[in-house]
Design a binder for this molecule. Structure first.
Ligand code: AHR
Length: 679
């Protein structure tokens, strides 16, 4: 017996009629359908429903050492001597630095702040060498060691100032000439893995550069700066980058990690947070202007996740990364309030910027839009051009606020900001915030405010169990299409096992069906450094030398590279619902491909009998990608490839069967005759 049909909600009545007629016809033509197969009829040539082509993107936050020690390719930790005990009790400006003396050498390493390079960068180190011996200097241990690759070149730069020669407190010492420095990589036991001599520092702060070639590979080297004569030298912003960065950008990103992120082919990147944006107290909000310009002038600050931000990966670098990977930038600025959990206050720590500071703060946000999009003749557009990017960055979206407690203090400031952006930049889509959960007071009040103000889009967040996702596949079916659109800015099921990834995959089919209202979605968080995570699960784990995409990563990737801009109506046997299957059909206008996604999160394998209704002709074969395995398996550093997508070519006709194994996601991409392309 053919089971009764279940039609997804939102299917217009005229399409229903077409589906029923086409099904009746196809039953006549294909009488030998086995009862246990789940029949799906896709209206492959229907006009369908326009959906957002930007649905799948990423959310980058500097959490879990995602930026410093992670994506940002800087190899020196605490390069500007700005670490503080407020970040971690054991930290101070010399954290990860130490004095190194050899062969009778004597000296000391201290911190000073009397004459900094820039007021934004107050602390620096002073090396006093009283007796040279075989060498005295300062050594940095990097972020758990400095990884080196044999034959690769490393760009060293540092600011130094010659203070005195010879003996300290000896007036004659001030007349001595500065001497060159030696910079080198060493193994733990002191083996020299590459060194070069650096021009002598000047009497004022001067930047010196050199390139070292690694003699051999070493997973955890250290970097040493050695004096070549007794005396005193001040140092700041001691930096080492691999010469090879992603897209060869100076002050750039780690190639392997950036490439794995790029391989997601995200349609947008939300940055720089997260809680990082609204910050731990008003003084810790992420202010974009502090993060652009020469790195020695950027204002480093503590990271709400209890470590340090150099902001070397700042707004310019974020915009550039978005461009390099073909993703739209989606920056988030604070809504002029700090995190409600600021200062360990468990939800009552929100404070708002004083109202008399709001005009300047609003101008700062308007300046950001000018920095991204303004002509080179504008004040901030010219700064973008000076940084090396005269073309605009094509900013379309701007988030205001992150998971803020929706209070009158928040509302007053959000409205001021929103009204100002709307008045000056109606072309920008402002994204409001509705709290940290899929329901509750902040959610309700946040939505109410967004409705009242007619904010174009709001940012929903939720981290839930896999079952929650499976039970909520119809969440957005009933959302009022006349109200603000949704950006699902942060979501993840609690884990990195296949069972989690499949719950997310099923949810993504529901998001595709509702991508007329859910405009964008991003899994969170993106990156987690092994041994340094404040938050789990994450989409990609990494160490200094390796990158481990999770099984959740492959789900995101499969939905991203197989996205559509038209959702196609389909009829599916009711038994699919009891079988726990999720299904989606989209068309990608650019490639003209039809893309089917089948998620089977259960332990019972199924066979789908797929009928491609309508007159459209398709190629005789399609590309099938299957992600399946043990539901409790995941990809980690010990078993990095436990669950991997497998791609095969399958025969396609207007009626074909497709196995949906237990615990699987299947993506089938079918090109219209003669065409095939991804994305
Ligand atoms: O994604 C990690 C954190 O989760 C984000 O910083 C915050 O917005 C949410 O609470």
């Amino acid at each position: 017996m053919t089971p009764p049909l279940h039609f997804p909600q939102l299917m217009p009545a005229f399409i229903l009629r077409i589906v029923v007629v086409s099904l009746a016809l196809s039953f006549c033509l294909v009488p030998l359908v086995q009862a246990e197969k789940i029949i799906v009829t896709v209206q492959a040539d229907a006009l369908g429903k326009a959906i957002s082509p930007d649905l799948v993107g990423i959310f980058f936050e500097d959490i879990n050492y995602a930026a410093d020690g992670g994506l940002y390719a800087e190899l020196i930790q605490n390069r500007s001597f700005e670490y503080q005990a407020t970040e971690q009790p054991s930290w101070n400006p010399l954290t990860s630095w130490e004095l190194t003396t050899r062969g009778g050498g004597k000296g000391s390493l201290v911190v000073d702040a009397a004459d900094p390079i820039h007021l934004n960068n107050p602390h620096y180190a002073v090396l006093h060498v009283s007796q040279l011996g075989d060498g005295v200097g300062l050594a940095n241990s990097g972020f758990d060691g400095i990884p080196l690759h044999e034959g690769e070149h490393y760009d060293v730069s540092l600011f130094a100032k010659h203070l005195y020669s010879g003996e300290r407190w000896n007036p004659a010492a001030n007349r001595g000439e500065p001497t060159p420095l030696i910079v080198r990589f060493e193994s733990k036991n002191g083996e020299n893995i590459g060194e070069v001599s650096l021009q002598a520092p000047g009497r004022e702060w001067t930047r010196r550069t050199a390139t070292i070639t690694a003699k051999r590979s070493e997973p955890a080297a250290r970097f040493v700066v050695l004096a070549t004569a007794p005396g005193g030298v001040a140092f700041d912003v001691i930096s080492v980058f691999p010469q090879k960065t992603f897209h060869d950008r100076p002050n750039g990103l780690r190639t392997d990690l950036a490439q794995v992120v790029a391989n997601l082919k995200p349609k947008f990147v939300r940055f720089p947070g997260g809680c990082l944006v609204h910050g731990n107290g008003l003084g810790n909000m992420y202010r974009w202007k502090d993060t652009v310009g020469p790195i020695e002038q950027r204002k480093e600050q503590s990271n709400i996740w209890r470590y340090h931000q150099t902001v070397g990966l700042g707004y310019f670098e974020y915009f550039q990364f978005c461009e390099d990977i073909g993703a739209k930038p989606l920056p988030v600025v604070p809504a002029a309030v700090c995190c409600q959990n600021s200062g360990y206050t468990n939800g009552i720590g929100q404070k708002g910027l004083p109202l008399d500071q709001m005009p300047d703060y609003i101008q700062e946000i308007l300046d950001l839009i000018e920095y991204a999009n303004g002509p080179v003749t504008s004040t901030w557009g010219s700064k973008r051009a000076a940084a090396g990017h005269p073309e605009p960055f094509a900013l379309e979206y701007l988030g205001v606020g992150n998971e803020d407690h929706i209070t009158p203090v928040f509302k007053e400031r959000f409205k001021l900001i929103y009204d100002a952006i709307k008045a000056k930049h109606p072309e920008i889509t402002v994204i409001g915030t509705v709290g940290p959960a899929p329901e509750g007071e902040d959610f309700e009040v946040g939505w109410k405010i967004a409705d009242e103000l007619r904010v174009p889009m709001v940012d929903e967040h939720y981290y839930m169990k896999p079952d929650w996702f499976l039970a909520n596949l119809h969440r957005y079916d009933s959302y009022d299409r006349a109200k603000p659109k949704v950006y699902l800015g942060e979501y993840a099921s609690h884990g990195n096992k296949l069972v989690n990834a499949l719950a997310e995959a099923a949810y993504l089919t529901a998001l595709e069906r509702n991508a007329d209202v859910v405009h964008m979605a991003s899994y969170a968080p993106l990156l987690g450094k092994l041994g340094n995570t404040q938050w789990n699960p994450n989409l990609i784990y990494f160490s200094n030398t390796e990158v481990f995409p999770t099984v959740n990563y492959y789900v995101q990737q499969l939905f991203s590279i197989n996205s559509g801009d038209t959702w196609l109506p389909f009829a599916i046997a009711e038994s699919a619902q009891s079988a726990g299957l999720a299904f989606s059909a989209v068309r990608n206008a650019r490639s003209d491909d039809l893309i089917l996604k089948i998620v089977n999160p259960t332990q019972a394998p199924q066979t789908l009998h797929i009928e491609l209704g309508g007159a459209r002709r398709f190629a005789d074969s399609g590309i099938k990608t299957l992600l399946t395995g043990d539901p409790q398996a995941g990809n980690d550093s010990k078993t990095p490839n436990a669950v991997m997508p497998v791609t095969t070519t399958i025969p396609i006709s207007s009626v074909f069967d497709c196995e949906s194994p237990a615990h699987s996601l299947t993506v089938i991409r079918i090109s219209s005759r003669g065409k095939s392309a991804q994305r």
